[in-house]
Every structure is written in structure tokens, then in C-alpha cells.
Design a protein around this ligand. Structure first.
Ligand SMILES: [Zn+2]
Ligand SMILES: [Zn+2]
Length: 243
């Protein structure tokens, strides 16, 4: 098991945890069965609501082949769920394993189709993501560069300047470079965000689990608080413009 559940949060986090639990139970990178997740959007969102989340983004994998189909379905589901549930469901997309040259246009198309949050599947060291993906992502109109692997300082600096968040991930494998991502972000001023990249119900994490992973990447105290308030900031922006 990646993070023993019985372990307590680090002492520097005590006190922060309760507050964050109340306000920032948010996950902005998850998958439904519209890509390789196992749950329908309705069940994914309901399970997150039941776990105490205030917001969740469904960011299914897309490329040119399925973008026209997947995004409108997710938009339809989120619009319906938002009428009835106490959690805010955000329709998003994760641009995945596409030629880097096409990322900019796909991000634009995804937005036109109604996606409110654009994630790019970054250069994780555990998949053969095409070199140049991180750079193309931070040069595009996107929100989050997920699991960016051995991201360079230049890429991180551009992400910071363009208000694109770099992801600390709870996903095993992708999480191997969390420490590197965190240290480059702290050095360059890029902003960090925590997501689970959930594909099944057991992947959704509460704030204490998330805090342990963020602490494991070397981020504690105020810096950790910032990671979680970033999610809240993004959600507030989307909610204010949600029609
Ligand atoms: Zn996946
Ligand atoms: Zn993902």
C-alpha cells in the first residue's frame, strides 16, 4: 500500500487538517467510464459527495478521436447533477498522449465543447509520453499540467507565468516524481495543486491522505495550505462563470 491509512498526518499539519477538510475537499482530476475510469459520472460524483467533497472535476482522457463525443456527455451529466447534488461537478477533459503540436487546438476545441477545466497528461516517467508535451502544455490555454515527471525549470517558470498549475499526484507510478515537481515549483514560483487522478472509488482521498502525500513531496506548513487553497480558487472561478 502506498500510504498506510492508519498513519497520522505530520505534526506540522495538525490543525491545518481539520480546517482543510471542511473547506477544500476538492479533486480536479478524475476519470469516469467515458474513458478508463470504472464509474458512471453520476456514481463518481455521488461517491465524492458522500466522502465530503465540495467539488470534483471529471477529466476523461481525450484525443481527436473522442473529444466530440466525450465532452458533451460529461457536460450533460454535470449540468444535471449540479441541479440536485450538494457537490459542484465540473466538466473537464484530460488531453492525453497526443502529438504535442496538437495540444493547443485540442484545448481550444475542448473549451468550445463546454469543458470548464483542461488538464494535460504530462510527461510522467512511467509512460512513454512524447517529449515536448510539458512545453506544449504550458504554452497552451490549459489549467493543470498533470504529473509532469521530470519537468524542467523553464517549463515550470512558464507555467507559473501563465497561471497553469503543476500537479502533485496521488496516483501510484506518476507520484514517483512528486518530490522533483515540488522542488522545481518552489524554486521557480510555479503553483502546485493536488489531485488523485482517480479511476475507481477507492482512489478518491480525504484531506489527511492528501496532506501526507503533499508532505511526502517536501511541502509543509503554509506551502501545503497554498496547494489546497489553489483548488478552491480554481473551483470558485469556474463556479462564478458557470452557466
Ligand atoms: Zn487513465
Ligand atoms: Zn488522468
Amino acid at each position: 500500500m502506498l500510504f498506510p491509512r492508519e498513519r497520522k498526518v505530520p505534526s506540522s499539519m495538525v490543525g491545518i487538517s481539520a480546517k482543510l477538510k471542511e473547506f477544500y475537499m476538492i479533486d480536479l482530476h478524475t476519470h469516469s467510464l467515458f474513458s478508463d475510469g470504472v464509474l458512471l459520472p453520476s456514481e463518481l460524483v455521488r461517491r465524492a459527495e458522500d466522502k465530503g467533497f465540495s467539488a470534483i472535476a471529471i477529466t476523461d482522457h481525450i484525443d481527436i478521436s473522442n473529444i466530440d463525443y466525450v465532452i458533451p456527455q460529461i457536460v450533460k451529466a454535470c449540468d444535471e447533477l449540479n441541479k440536485y447534488l450538494g457537490i459542484f461537478a465540473i466538466p473537464g477533459a484530460e488531453i492525453t498522449h497526443v502529438p504535442p503540436e496538437t495540444i493547443k487546438n485540442l484545448a481550444q476545441t475542448a473549451k468550445e465543447l463546454g469543458a470548464k477545466l483542461i488538464v494535460v497528461h504530462g510527461e510522467t516517467i512511467c509512460e512513454p509520453v512524447k517529449k515536448g508535451t510539458n512545453m506544449a502544455a504550458v504554452m497552451s490555454e490549459i489549467d493543470i499540467l498533470a504529473h509532469p515527471g521530470l519537468i524542467t525549470e523553464d517549463e515550470a517558470r512558464i507555467a507559473g507565468e501563465r497561471s497553469i498549475y503543476l500537479e502533485i499526484t496521488g496516483r501510484r507510478g506518476h507520484s514517483l516524481t512528486n518530490g522533483h515537481v515540488a522542488s522545481i515549483a518552489l524554486k521557480t514560483g510555479a503553483r502546485l495543486i493536488f489531485n488523485t487522478d482517480a479511476h475507481e472509488p477507492g482512489d478518491l482521498m480525504d484531506t489527511e491522505e492528501a496532506l501526507r502525500i503533499v508532505a511526502g513531496a517536501g511541502i509543509q506548513g503554509d506551502e501545503a495550505k497554498k496547494v489546497f487553497s489553489s483548488s478552491k480558487k480554481i473551483v470558485d472561478r469556474i463556479r462564478n462563470n458557470y452557466v
